[in-house]
Design a protein around this ligand. Structure first.
Ligand code: C6P
Length: 415
């Protein structure tokens, strides 16, 4: 048993940064400063090693073969499901459905749940802060059945108007879909309160956790979330894997989203019966290596500790916010009181794409654009922003490099 004294000493952030081989390179003759983890985070060596081991010793198809390799692949893949369930504190691992990512998870709910349960005149509530992935699937289903999409407004800081939300909720509300953390502005939304209020009206709630799960502990039972989705590639795993958590009772009421192998119990031309949970919602051969890697990524961050990660990222965000505010011409976009490690900004007189390109010339990787959140941009009256997003492998030197690179942009445009 581990005691306080036998526990391994805490590794420094410097040492942890060295776990990420991709960060050790130069880009455009500058040491890489990676500030785009909200788009995709980087992958530590332990996870890369797990992928190599899977392909070297375990690779086969899952849930199908009686042979040893198939069993190894199945065991490795299913071990991740158990880890995900523990990570989210789901009551059962069958409540964790593997999907390609957040987008597919939301589409699964929109089609599997919405199409079956929404009727003409019903209402679905999203927020003004949503990524397109949490708007368009609901629009498609609402259009199909004649339901209405309603939107929780936000203030100029990028915070949801909770009074307006309460006023929108009514007996016609079937589902509320909001993100836990906004990808465009970094706002942390009061999801526990959003869920509580929706439940009072008998509506179910989907939380888009794509930008939350990498930065904070999430307990789906404590939140009482009905659906919670996230993507592996934002939590130090590869692309091609994500998770939809859903309560058993809801999964049992849902239509399969896709038909095919693995999701059936029996098939004849007259009638098909479906497999048990979770497989009923997992048609076709999945992204097995990425799934196995997701388990390794969860082990990796849990070894560091999510509370420690959250504290360090909060320090980085506070420091970067102050540093950017000191650069003449910088205007921060999104100044909510509760934020996760995203900093959206404009530099006066320079298009965000130009900011991004000149920063890249100096080895600083940020994202520029509308961040797949055009309604957020429209609400705040900007076409696009530059966005720096932080992970625990970033440090104060990265922030200094960002600021220095912004002064170079200004020099070029002031000349
Ligand atoms: N946001 C960003 O740079 P997928 O692509 O399915 O893994 O995730 C979609 C998605 C859904 N919700 C939120 C809150 C997100 O941030 C994202 C992905 C990336 O902000 C790529 S657009």
């Amino acid at each position: 048993m581990l005691t306080e004294t036998s526990r391994a000493p805490e590794r420094s952030w410097e040492e942890i940064r060295r776990d990420f081989p991709i960060l050790q390179q130069s880009i455009n003759k500058h040491s890489l400063v990676y500030l785009d983890s909200a788009a995709s985070s980087q992958i530590p060596q332990a996870v890369i090693d797990r992928i190599v081991w899977y392909h070297s010793a375990e690779h086969s198809n899952v849930h199908r073969g009686v042979h040893t390799l198939s069993q190894r692949a199945t065991n490795a893949y299913e071990a991740t499901r158990e880890k995900v369930a523990r990570h989210l504190n789901a009551a059962f691992s069958h409540e964790c459905i593997f999907v390609r990512g957040t987008t597919e998870g939301i589409n699964l709910v929109a089609h599997g749940y919405g199409r079956k349960h929404f009727k003409a005149g019903d209402e679905v509530i999203v927020s003004a802060l949503e990524h397109h992935a949490n708007i368009v699937p609901w629009q498609i289903v609402c259009d199909e059945v004649g339901a209405k999409l309603r939107v929780i407004p936000m203030n100029d800081a990028g915070e949801l108007d909770m009074q307006a939300y309460e006023a929108l909720l009514n007996e016609r509300t079937r589902l509320v879909a909001v993100n836990h953390v906004s990808n465009a502005l970094g706002t942390i939304n009061p999801v526990a309160e959003i869920i509580r209020l929706a439940h009072e009206k008998g509506a179910v709630v989907l939380i888009d956790g794509a930008q939350a799960v990498p930065h904070m502990a999430v307990d789906v039972q404590a939140l009482d979330a009905d659906f919670y989705v996230f993507s592996g590639h934002k939590i130090y795993a590869p692309t091609g894997i994500g998770v939809l958590y859903a309560k058993t009772a809801l999964l049992e009421q849902m239509q399969p989203y896709q038909g095919g192998g693995d999701m059936i119990a029996s098939v004849s031309f007259e009638k098909t019966t479906y497999n048990a949970l979770p497989y009923r919602f997992e048609a076709g051969t999945p992204s097995i290596a990425s799934g196995v890697a997701l388990g390794a990524a969860l082990d990796y961050i849990n070894a560091i500790g999510l509370e420690r990660i959250a504290r360090w990222e909060a320090e980085l965000l506070a420091h970067a916010t102050e540093a950017l505010q000191g650069v003449p011409g910088v205007r921060l976009i999104g100044t909510a009181r509760h934020k996760a490690s995203v900093l959206s900004f404009e530099l006066e007189g320079v298009h965000p794409h130009d900011v991004g390109t000149i920063l890249d010339n100096q080895g600083v990787a940020i994202r520029a654009g509308h961040h797949c959140a055009q309604p957020v941009m429209n609400r705040l009256g900007v076409a696009a922003t530059a966005r720096a997003s932080f992970a625990f492998y970033n440090n104060f030197d990265d922030i200094r490099a960002l600021v220095a690179a912004l002064y170079t942009v200004k020099e070029i445009f002031d000349a």
